[in-house]
Design a protein around this ligand. Structure first.
Ligand SMILES: Nc1ncnc2c1ncn2[C@@H]1O[C@H](COP(=O)(O)OP(=O)(O)OP(=O)(O)O)[C@@H](O)[C@H]1O
Ligand SMILES: [Mg+2]
Length: 466
């Protein structure tokens, strides 16, 4: 009997210019690039339309009906926030992160909460056996009703199971372990990742079932696989955190249905990823009173204000060249602030090693933290404490002037909520923020900020009594 199912054939495509070839070429004759050919599958059967419009037809925008399937709201407030209010039906979401950061843990917890709402969830794992997943689930206190575990790496088998089960959510852990039979290349290769993602995307769009996939990152921190992976999926989330710290930040890098500025904050515990209701409180909890070399800055992570503590240590250098070390801030920001402190505020830092640390393993990238960095360095250098009721925010210009920071009202409400009674702000921001229950101190220059913030009369004695 003749087979009516046509087998797909494999070809090689140049990733730069799209030239096709029946065999692998090291050098592309079209765009002259080297090593750009990847194996791909050509399907002779049509994939068909992925929406209400029949394949090949165009519809006037006015006639397009918005499909009113509601978002899948998760129990996790933080995950919902990062997605922009729950998972959109038929969307493909990539969760990437370093090895061991907690991707599988987080997705297992998310799956469990969906299954508790009497919905089916298909959890596909190509990395772990069913008993390993069960072991983790037991540790996390997850019971399994409605949560179907499928240890599988073959994409056709996964799609088949999805068809039969018709779940409310599918998790594929990880995209680097699944493969299509037609390609000879190993799972995790560029061609395999591309083809599997395309198939999952097509399935998600035609069935309306949202799919969460996890992805590895390479040594330099980028998502492993082709850049096209990030283009295909609807949402790219990144789970970040330092090895030594238990805090995890879920950051949105791309989101077709919401803002990319949002950040979810979790703590990794033996019971799994626990949401932090009041992250500012947690990050400031170990800060001593009237401490030296520590400044608190109301920063913004997306639209969320977050109080962070910046610490500095200055010591006379033992080497010819002074060393600068940063943890949690951009190195170039420290160089800028140090140069302005030396040249505009007259603090002789040329022979000082400087270490900067943002506590809790957080990363602060916005220039609004400049003033906090400068105050922490000056406080350490003069051994003069900063009043513990004082917070500070402002970008420092190269002339030593303080510059405007965005969304000051949000920052100030968090500052006030955390019990701070005063805040140093750039003078230019004062006119926008007259009504607040914090004592706002408008500052023109870095020099003026140092005079206001450093309490040199309270200089504590050191252990030697000098
Ligand atoms: N018993 C435990 N108590 C506390 N934390 C644990 C325990 N077991 C595992 N962990 C934490 O869980 C982390 C592993 O989490 P998980 O497997 O979800 O990470 P992952 O990002 O999926 O890793 P991979 O990239 O290997 O798939 C470990 O690094 C560890 O920090
Ligand atoms: Mg994992």
């Amino acid at each position: 009997m003749a087979k009516n199912k046509q087998h797909p054939k494999t070809i090689f495509i140049c990733q730069q210019c799209g030239k096709e070839s029946p065999k692998w070429l090291g050098h592309c004759p079209e765009c002259n690039q080297w090593n750009t050919f990847i194996e791909s599958v050509v399907r002779t059967t049509k994939r068909g339309s992925i929406s209400q419009i029949p394949a090949g037809e165009a519809l006037e925008l006015d006639q397009v009906i918005i499909e009113s399937r509601p978002r899948l709201i998760l129990h996790s407030k933080e995950f919902n926030r990062v997605l922009g209010g729950g998972i959109v039906p038929g969307s493909l979401v990539l969760v990437s992160g370093d090895p061991g950061i907690g991707k599988s843990t987080l997705l297992l917890q998310i799956s469990s909460t969906i299954s508790q709402d009497n919905k089916k969830v298909l959890y596909v794992s190509g990395e772990e056996s069913a008993s390993q997943i069960k072991l983790r689930a037991t540790r996390l206190g997850i019971t399994g009703e409605g949560l179907y575990i499928l240890p599988e790496t073959n994409i056709e088998a996964i799609l088949q199971r999805m068809e039969e089960l018709s779940p409310a959510l599918v998790v594929v852990d990880s995209i680097q372990t699944v493969a299509v039979d037609e390609l000879d290349s190993a799972p995790g290769s560029v061609g395999q990742i591309r083809e599997c993602t395309m198939q999952l995307m097509h399935k998600a769009k035609t069935s309306g079932i949202p799919i969460l996939i996890t992805g590895h990152v390479t040594k330099d921190g980028t998502i492993a696989g082709p850049k096209i992976l990030e283009h295909i999926v609807d949402v790219v989330l990144c789970l970040e955190g330092e090895n030594f710290s238990t805090y995890r930040l879920l950051r949105s890098i791309k989101n077709r249905f919401g803002s990319t500025n949002e950040v979810g904050i979790f703590e990794m515990k033996s019971k799994g990823m626990i949401e932090l209701d009041n992250p500012s409180k947690v990050f400031l909890s170990e800060r001593p009173q009237d401490t030296i070399a520590s400044a608190v800055v109301p920063t913004l992570e997306g639209s969320r204000p977050l109080m962070v503590e910046i610490q500095a240590l200055t010591t006379t250098t033992s080497f010819g060249l002074p060393r600068r070390t940063t943890n949690g801030i951009d190195f170039s920001r420290l160089i800028l602030v140090t140069a302005v402190l030396s040249n505009r505020a007259g603090i002789p830092l040329a022979n000082q090693d400087i270490i900067i640390n943002v506590t809790g393993g957080l990363k602060v990238s916005e220039p609004a933290a400049d003033l906090g960095i400068a105050l922490a360095i000056a406080s350490s250098f003069y051994n003069a404490p900063i009043d513990s009721s004082l917070a500070a925010v402002g970008e420092i210009g190269l002339s030593g002037e303080l510059r405007h920071v965005p969304q000051l009202d949000r920052r100030l409400s968090e500052t006030s909520r955390m019990g701070f009674s005063q805040c140093l702000v750039p003078q230019t921001c004062l006119k926008d923020n007259s009504s607040t229950n914090i004592d706002l101190i408008g500052i023109h220059s870095l020099r003026q900020a140092l005079k206001k913030a450093l309490n040199r009369s309270k200089r504590p004695e050191n252990s030697l009594g000098i």
